[in-house]
Every structure is written in C-alpha cells, then in structure tokens.
Design a protein around this ligand. Structure first.
Ligand code: PGA
Length: 261
C-alpha cells in the first residue's frame, strides 16, 4: 500500500517569531484546509512552538519540534522535555539532525536516548542519519549510516514500534548550500537503510512501522525526483521551506505526483 507522503519543514534557527507567524499564515492561506494525501509537518524553533500551535488550530498541518531531551524533568539547564513538547501539541520531533551531531557533538548514545524518550511520549521521531563528504570520499558511507542507525535503534524494542517511525537519509554534504544527492545515490542508501531495519526488526515490521524519507537540498523542482510512490515516502526540507511560495509549490508537486498514480 502506498504511504501518505510526508513533508517536514525544518525552519532551523532561521526565522524571528514575527517571520514565523507571517510564513505560517501565508502557507495556510495558499494551501487551504485540504492537502490530502500530503502530510505537512512544520518544525519552528522552540520559542515559536506555542504561537505556531495556536496558528494551526483546525489545520491539517502538524506541529514538530527540532529536538527533544531524554528526561521528563530535572536539573538540565536549557533543555526541553518530551512532556513539555506534548503539552505544546507537538506530534513529531527531529532527532539526530547532522547540525546537532556536528555543532553540538550529539553522540549516538544521546540520540538513542532521545528516540526512546520521544517514542515513550507518543511523539513521532524523525531520525536523521547520513555521511559527511569526507566519509563518502573515504568509502565509509555505508559503515557510517549503518552504525548511526543501529546505535539509534538498538534500544527501541519491536514492541515499542506502533505508528510509523520516520528514518531520514540526510547526506551531510547535500544539505544546502551543497547540492542534492542524485536520486540514484539516495535510493541506493534507502535500500541499505531498509536492509538494516530488516536485519533488526524483520521485513514485516519494516513494511508496517517505518517510513523512509530524504533530506538535502530538496526544493519544488526536484522534490518528485526523491518523493514518489516508488521512491522515498517524504522529505525533510530546510532552505526551501522558508518561503511560502516554495513550500506551497512543494506540497502541490508531491500532491500531483501521488494523485496521478
Ligand atoms: P536543506 O536542509 O533543505 O536546506 O538542504 C535539509 C536538512 O537540513 O536536512
């Protein structure tokens, strides 16, 4: 069965609260209330979550966060707990984004704890894995991606899998301003990621409980090279999600590509 395509707009730390509000309003006005079969998730930065939650009231667009901490509460200065995210109506959370792995030295062990925390609180993790340009040049792509995945999922028992867990292949070198991976390169890695999941959970759970998406310089022109009924089931989008026109054009392009099947 074809999965509903998922577009995740990761607004990173790119917008002021005012800009966030303007972008959200423009996107909602342009898209209206029916975006089926596309699922759109917007991930504003933490201080904008409450404002975006209110703006999304009655909307088919879902709210996501860019990170989560692993404990519910405690002396963890600066962190935000899964309980707080739930209170804010967050239903998706990005975990292990390469920018956090690299700028904040997030380790696989931390990412694994965040996965457990999100799943345990009913928040759908959008796990990111991917190699750097150096990894690729050194022929380490498969090893890096396999290790990141295994380490992130190791502590997630099959019984914890219910709704689809979202795995993102996000080659670090392809994040803008880099260029996108070629669809062939990306699909090759999708096959590897699927195999790792089959080895860990079996083919049935892989088909039932996982969704595979791509991230890295996706825009309205190329989104359907990656996201299609036979390709990835969605995309994680940074730069091209910051302008209403391009985010709306992406939703429409994916809509079109899944309708014509
Ligand atoms: P980009 O970001 O769309 O700006 O390349 C993608 C990502 O961070 O995964």
């Amino acid at each position: 069965m074809t999965q509903q395509p998922l577009l995740v707009a990761n607004w990173k730390m790119q917008l002021t609260l005012e800009e966030t509000g303007r972008l959200l309003t423009a996107v909602q006005q342009a898209l209206g209330s029916n975006i089926d079969p596309v699922k759109l998730v917007v991930c504003p930065s933490y201080p904008a979550l409450e404002q975006v939650r209110q703006g999304l009231s009655g909307s088919p667009i879902r709210l996501g966060a860019q990170d989560v901490f692993w404990s519910e509460r405690g002396a963890f200065t600066g962190e935000v707990s899964p309980l707080q995210l739930r209170e804010l109506g967050v239903s998706y959370v990005i975990v292990g984004h390469s920018e956090r792995r690299h700028h904040l030295e997030e380790t696989d062990a931390m990412i694994s704890q965040k996965m457990i925390s999100a799943i345990g609180h009913g928040i759908m993790p959008i796990l990111c894995v991917g190699e750097t340009a150096d990894d690729r040049a050194a022929g380490r792509t498969e090893l890096v991606v396999r290790t990141q995945l295994q380490n992130a999922l190791r502590s997630v028992p099959p019984a914890a899998l219910g709704r689809r867990l979202c795995l993102t292949y996000e080659p670090v070198w392809a994040i803008s301003p880099g260029g996108p991976a070629s669809p062939e390169e990306a699909l090759e890695m999708k096959a590897l990621i699927e195999q790792v999941v089959v080895d860990m959970y079996g083919a049935e759970l892989m088909a039932r409980s996982f969704r595979f998406i791509y991230g890295g310089s996706v825009d309205a022109q190329n989104v359907c090279d990656f996201v299609s009924p036979d390709g990835f089931a969605g995309a994680l989008v940074g730069a091209a999600s910051l302008k209403a026109e391009s985010l709306v054009a992406m939703v429409r392009a994916v809509h079109e590509c899944f309708q014509t099947r």
